[in-house]
Design a protein around this ligand. Structure first.
Ligand SMILES: C[S@@+](CC[C@H](N)C(=O)[O-])C[C@H]1O[C@@H](n2cnc3c(N)ncnc32)[C@H](O)[C@@H]1O
Length: 271
């Protein structure tokens, strides 16, 4: 039972969508980061909102994880204009290809739809083709209170800060907001840090993702997850360095193989 889907659509948007000539194209960035798995495994969120979906890679990853966790009544609302970003439009030599322009209008929405349908997740993914501020207003009018929100739309300071304010306001008191591109986009980092400081929140951040919540227990849980993963990464880095040293002839080569393999096998392949 998808609540938002049923409030928005009389006709199923996937029904009869012109997808025959559209190619599957799963391009994404940081779309399978470990925080998705950790948050969904911990929270089992039924109602997820993604702000900025592009071709759907991260939304489909969340759908895979939430279905595997047997989350009941799952719905993932994907809010995007599917019109690209100022950076893409300012590069004439690639805009037509990147946005799949037809008569000057991006066809990206249909790539998203194709990916959703091919992945078999159209039963849980609700497209909301609109700007992020409008999406927040629509969800507010529908009295939506998402359990999990992934913010990955505009990456400039002003828009990112506005998205954080709008969507943190919508977030359930027991929910978790995950944001992309922390420490990789200066505008995002500044917006996230300022937003946390101004609202007395603890930001749990690592390179490329940050987490915020109104529930301090969730904050502590995510700090624990991050500490554990960082400790594991440090062990792996140490083992690699040791193996390098051994390869360089500092110690007997036989030991090097044994040590590095056992540490590396222990590692999550998505890190
Ligand atoms: C980095 S991509 C999202 C990638 C996606 N989350 C993934 O990992 O697969 C950013 C998306 O945000 C969308 N976007 C940018 N500004 C927006 C805005 N103000 N409102 C809605 N969507 C926006 C763009 O159209 C683009 O599809």
């Amino acid at each position: 039972m998808r609540k938002i889907f049923n409030r928005l659509y009389d006709e199923d948007p996937y029904e009869g969508a012109p997808l025959d000539d559209v190619e599957v194209d799963m391009q994404g960035w940081g779309s399978t980061h470990f925080f998705f798995r950790e948050i969904i495994g911990y929270l089992k969120p039924s109602f997820i909102v993604e702000v900025g979906s592009w071709k759907g890679r991260s939304a489909l990853h969340m759908a895979d994880l939430a279905k595997a966790a047997e989350t009941p009544n799952l719905e993932i609302c994907c809010i995007d204009t599917w019109l690209g970003s100022p950076g893409v439009w300012a590069r004439k030599e690639q805009v037509a290809d990147v946005l799949k322009l037809r008569n000057g209008w991006p066809m990206l929405y249909f790539t998203f739809m194709k990916n959703v349908v091919e992945s078999g997740h159209q039963d849980v993914i609700t497209p909301m083709p609109m700007p992020s501020d409008m999406g927040a207003q629509v969800l507010k009018r529908l009295r939506a209170r998402p359990d999990m929100i992934y913010v990955d739309a505009a990456h400039d300071y002003d828009n990112c800060k506005r998205d954080l304010a709008l969507y943190f306001d919508l977030l359930s008191d027991d929910g978790i907001l995950l944001g992309d591109d922390y420490e990789t986009w200066p505008g995002v980092t500044q917006a996230a840090d300022e937003f946390a400081r101004e609202n007395g929140l603890i930001l749990v951040g690592t390179r490329s993702k940050f987490v915020l919540s109104k529930n301090i227990d969730h904050v502590h849980a995510m700090q624990g997850v991050l500490a554990e993963i960082e400790a594991r990464r440090a062990r792996v880095a140490e083992a690699k360095a040791r193996a390098e040293q051994l390869r360089a002839g500092d110690e007997a080569p036989g030991d090097a193989v044994g040590q590095s393999t056992s540490e590396t096998d222990d590692t999550n392949p998505v890190l």
